[in-house]
Design a protein around this ligand. Structure first.
Ligand code: C5P
Length: 404
């Protein structure tokens, strides 16, 4: 997980009454680990679900629950706490709390500091599906959005009450991602990014196939960084065991041909294409529709291979291609092969690495190849590197105002 966006940020984490309070323990841990300082403020109701002692231990700071807290010398906790904050996050945000916020009420410490704030306010609703669907709640949420309050979620699914529907709180990891995203520089605001990631799987028969060791981590990290940078992101993913980055639209495929078709269908709507997938170069012509059996005389099966389409080259050849970025994993002579590949695929930017050394790892070291020359970037964690690469891509984009 990236830490860059949250390091040094000061957050007021407001908790209101709801069973989802127990998930805020994990959210607090993630935020603190990322280098944020977290000042927890709890309503009276929140303290019925999790103790201030637990939240103090996790945040490393005393928790505030009362407007009349004697620890604040001037008795103005509502002003002091909100002035120091880069943002206030209310999680979980109950039906009642959303109603109070929408009406500007200030009858306890948390509502008062929200009304007195000068910083952004993010709310993470958590409630029963019927309470969420209630027209009054929907009216209040619409009012809050119109007032510039960010709403994160809610999610849909099983609820603590046993019912199923909209209203459950986003998982702590998703809330964390959304907060990190909120602070990331919006260098791709208004841009639409299409990416491929992971390996492809080329079947031989219903149980066997050819694939490769790409983990998909770099492509998923880039999708996440692009989303955080304000882009609308569509990720076409081969078979990988990774969670979809928050806010990213994901389309799963298996084969190179399916990846090609998915990309070609989507690409007219996108202005940046980043091909990170390790696409299989060949597939077996006519995969068997039944499991190929061993024979009594130990005869080996033989296969005819056909070449898969080169997705990146096909996109770069379009009459009005998006800004195309390729990746190349080489086992040696990166300097030579990287530039040769960039020129052959006819893309403005190719990101090269010594692939077999980076598969599955959490860090990477890359070189940027472009017509004007090469730039080596320092070794970094894949998520931090992804943010750097997104910034580098953003710098190289044609000015949309010049495109007819
Ligand atoms: O030729 P090579 O596989 O090394 O090229 C790497 C670049 O081309 C990557 O960006 C990869 O995603 C893309 N590629 C592709 N379709 C292929 C093969 C590679 O899009 N069939």
């Amino acid at each position: 997980m990236a830490t860059a966006e949250l390091a040094g940020k000061h957050l007021v984490l407001g908790m209101t009454g709801g069973i989802a309070c127990y998930k805020i323990a994990e959210l607090t841990r993630l935020l603190v680990k990322a280098g944020a300082t977290v000042q927890v403020v709890m309503t009276e109701a929140a303290t019925q679900f999790i103790t201030p002692v637990t939240m103090q231990a996790l945040s490393g700071r005393p928790v505030y629950t009362s407007q009349w807290d004697a620890r604040v010398p001037n008795n103005m906790a509502h002003i002091d706490l909100s002035r120091e904050a880069d943002a206030i996050v209310i999680a979980p945000a109950s039906t009642d709390f959303l109603a109070k916020l929408a009406h500007g009420m200030a009858d306890d410490l948390l509502t008062t500091l929200c009304v007195a704030r000068e910083c952004p306010l993010l709310v993470v609703p958590a409630m029963n599906r019927q309470m969420w669907a209630n027209p009054a709640t929907q009216r209040n949420v619409a009012q809050l959005r119109a007032d510039g309050v960010e709403t994160l979620g809610p999610d849909s699914g099983p609820q603590a009450c046993g019912e199923v529907g909209d209203g459950r709180m986003l998982e702590p990891e998703a809330v964390y991602e959304a907060i990190a995203s909120f602070f990331a520089p919006k260098v791709l605001a208004g841009r639409r990014v299409l990416l491929t990631a992971g390996p492809t799987f080329e079947p031989i028969d219903p149980v066997r196939g050819i694939t490769n060791r790409s983990s998909g981590k770099m492509g998923f990290a880039l999708a996440r960084a692009a989303q955080q940078a304000g882009a609308d992101v569509h990720l076409v993913a081969g078979p990988v065991a990774l969670d979809t980055p928050w806010g990213v639209f994901r389309e799963d495929v298996q084969t190179a041909q399916q990846m090609h078709d998915a990309v070609m269908r989507a690409v007219p709507d996108y202005d940046i294409f980043i091909a990170v997938a390790a696409v299989a170069d060949w597939r077996v012509d006519h995969a068997s529709d039944h499991k190929i059996k061993k024979t009594a005389d130990h005869r080996l099966p033989s296969f005819t291979f056909v070449e898969n389409p080169d997705i990146l080259a096909a996109v770069a050849r379009l009459p009005h291609p998006p800004f195309c970025v390729g990746f190349a994993a080489e086992s040696g002579d990166l300097d030579v092969h990287g530039e040769e590949k960039r020129a052959r695929k006819n893309v403005p930017l190719l990101i090269g690495n010594l692939g077999p050394l980076t598969f599955g790892r959490d860090d990477n070291e890359v070189v940027l190849f472009e017509a004007s020359g090469q730039t080596k970037l320092p070794r970094a964690d894949k998520q931090a590197l992804a943010s750097t690469l997104i910034a580098e891509i953003a710098k190289r984009l044609p000015d949309t105002s010049l495109i007819s």
